[in-house]
Ligand binder design. Structure first.
Ligand SMILES: *Cc1c(COP(=O)(O)O)cnc(C)c1O
Length: 227
């Protein structure tokens, strides 16, 4: 068995074991395989092993891989920092964007989403505390942005994403994830339920699942360490 295939099996088992432990319904946590910096051949191996959702952070390399893997059935999620002059390629080539932090980007993605494609699924990236990067919007500004995005017909606002700084203590890992869930509970409405919590990576996915993650974004544990 290839190592990508056996890694995927291990991560899937970890997700289902953890879901059970925290009384999450079976299949309520989706696995997004973060394939940034990895060649298309690695993605093909993961596809062969039944993986469908892939996350990319760097636009140019992502576009090359998306082109190579046309017709493969992969669903593409953009999880990197958005630059205004690159929104068109994102709107044309991705199914999801997890990293929306400002209205200007949301409007451009909306205007540039091709009419023949379904609305682009998006999450707002929230700076919940002590972020690993300075990316993310202040949680206090989320309500207004949600109301503005609700008016954009080619976007579908699905939920919230966060990328807290790494820590190796399970209880400490839970804190920012719990805050993101509580923020979601405050902001959710019947028309915009924000059912997606995109949180948890290779080293903290169990804490994220404990706090209600619905998409975990896992790179290293599937594809091995990056350079
Ligand atoms: C790289 C990256 C991941 C995956 O991190 P791993 O530690 O390799 O699992 C998840 N989310 C985002 C936003 C990333 O940039």
């Amino acid at each position: 068995m290839s190592s990508i295939k056996s890694n995927l099996e291990r991560v899937r088992n970890q997700i289902s074991r953890t879901s059970k432990r925290f009384n999450r319904p079976a299949d309520s946590v989706k696995l997004l395989a973060v394939s940034k910096t990895r060649p298309a051949a690695d993605i093909l191996e993961a596809l062969d092993a039944g993986q469908r959702l892939f996350g990319e952070s760097y636009l140019q390399e992502a576009l090359d891989k998306i082109a190579k893997l046309t017709g493969s059935g992969a669903e593409w999620h953009f999880i990197g920092r958005i630059q205004s002059n690159k929104t068109r390629s994102i709107a044309e080539n991705f199914d999801w964007v997890h990293s929306v932090v400002k209205l200007k980007h949301a409007k451009r993605l909306n205007d540039q989403r091709p009419g023949h494609l379904p609305p682009l699924n998006i999450c707002l990236q929230i700076m919940i505390d002590n972020e690993a990067t300075k990316a993310g919007m202040a949680s206090g500004q989320a309500k207004e942005l949600i109301e503005q995005i609700d008016e954009l017909p080619h976007l579908k606002l699905r939920g919230l994403m966060s990328l807290p700084a790494a820590t190796d203590n399970f209880e400490a890992q839970r804190i920012p994830f719990q805050k993101l869930r509580q923020l979601r509970d405050q902001l959710a409405t019947t028309t915009t339920p924000l059912d997606i919590l995109s949180m948890g990576m290779s080293s903290d996915l169990e804490a994220a699942i404990a706090e209600g993650a619905s998409i975990v974004r896992v790179g290293t544990a599937i594809f091995g360490p990056r350079n």
